[in-house]
Design a protein. Structure first.
Length: 395
């Protein structure tokens, strides 16, 4: 095992003259950082952009394609919205949510004055009361929805329409036809609804759920009334939902980014741990991580451990060296036997074919890891003496 520096490099992002307050990566190619000056003012850095000084800043929100971003900034008269090169004056008491449509073309945001929430979309500005939890935006960005709670009854508010009442609601997101998908509890059972239509059987609990970016399919994990749990995939192209086997326990739901497929962890009735990909079971190891899909959906992978840990990719076991753990955070380049992760001090990439380790520069500490397919490299952020660096290893 050896370390090679020729594949790895780092770029200094901030010079250390201002205290680092927060920093992060999005899922595409953007990095961001918030710094604090000696006058207790804050600045936002996003790639080549540097903001003015503000009293306070929220974390930035990026569009799905990574091309747009926005954040709330607090001035002396209240909170405003910074959207690209524009500052939209709100003079709000508190910031709310920022959402981008799935096609990345439109933005929706909300803010508070006193206790009143105002929601601004491309078509309308609406005052909202009784909102509980998050806002949701439809695919084209001209509608929004949220859970409305009053008098112990919960409903879905969707573009001026209100659903039937439930004792509890767990919102999921917009379906491709602009109906809203959610799990509703009537006091005895949970069901999945899309608009007013029931789309699932009854469950004593629905506890994990995912919908793809454009609302073409969704999956959920539910506890059956007569015992055990199962996973269900709903797609309008199917004559009926795809329902998995009855397991003792299910968890760790993941959905394919582009196709109606899902994966999850499960304990069989014999208490054997498996990872299920659609209807196929992979035994993996005595313990398995949650499953993941690569960004392009070409691979489903997870970490499987008995005594040693291995990487399982589309059912094929790849022997991994020591240092791979179930609870680690990993990134994977599709169709390669490489795995990237951030140690406490550096970005590391393991080549599982030849058992080599490629390491970035030693940092005081590192956080986050992603595979940037546009650049063809693994990336993480690291800090040395209050200076922020982007670490990268090309593969």
């Amino acid at each position: 095992m050896s370390s090679y520096a020729d594949k790895c490099y780092d770029i200094q992002l901030t010079d250390g003259s201002e205290d680092l307050v927060d920093f992060g990566l999005d899922t595409t190619y953007n990095w961001w950082a918030v710094t604090q000056t000696f006058s207790n003012r804050q600045k936002m850095y996003i790639n080549d952009y540097t903001s003015e000084n503000f009293v306070g800043l929220s974390k930035p929100v990026f569009s799905p394609d990574g091309e747009k971003w926005a954040f709330f900034a607090q001035g002396f008269s209240g909170w405003d919205l910074v959207y690209g090169d524009s500052l939209i004056q709100l003079n709000a008491d508190n910031p709310g949510n920022i959402l981008f449509s799935s096609d990345s073309k439109n933005i929706l945001y909300s803010y508070y004055r006193s206790e009143l929430l105002t929601v601004v979309s491309i078509d309308d500005t609406v005052s909202v009361r009784f909102k509980e939890g998050s806002l949701f935006i439809n695919n084209s960005g001209d509608k929004f929805a949220y859970v409305e709670s009053r008098g112990g009854i919960k409903t879905i508010y969707d573009d001026g329409k209100v659903s039937q009442g439930f004792q509890d609601i767990r919102p999921i997101g917009y379906w491709h036809n602009d109906e809203f998908a959610f799990a509703g509890f009537d006091g005895a059972n949970w069901k999945i609804y899309i608009g007013e239509e029931e789309r699932s059987d009854m469950y004593s609990n629905i506890f994990e759920y995912e919908i793809n970016l454009t609302g073409d399919y969704l999956a959920f994990l539910g506890t059956l009334n007569f015992g055990g749990s199962e996973a269900v995939l709903i797609d309008d192209k199917m004559s009926k939902p795809m329902t998995g086997k009855n397991y003792q326990q299910v968890m760790g739901l993941a959905i394919h980014p582009h196709i109606a497929m899902f994966a999850y962890r499960a304990f069989t009735q014999l208490n054997t741990e498996v990872v299920v990909f659609n209807s196929v079971e992979y035994t993996g190891g005595r313990e398995n991580s949650n499953p993941y899909f690569s960004y392009d959906g070409s691979e489903m992978y997870f970490i499987a451990c008995t005594i040693d840990c291995n990487l399982i990719v589309n059912g094929q076991q790849i022997t991994a060296p020591n240092g791979i753990f179930i609870d680690g955070e990993y990134a994977k380049k599709p169709n390669s036997n490489t795995l990237g992760y951030a140690s406490s001090t550096s970005l590391l990439v393991r080549d599982l074919d030849n058992n080599e380790i490629y390491a970035g520069t030693m940092m005081d500490y590192t956080e986050f890891v992603r595979y940037n397919w546009r650049m063809g490299e693994y990336e993480s952020l690291g800090v040395i003496n209050n200076r922020l660096y982007l670490q990268a290893c090309e593969f």
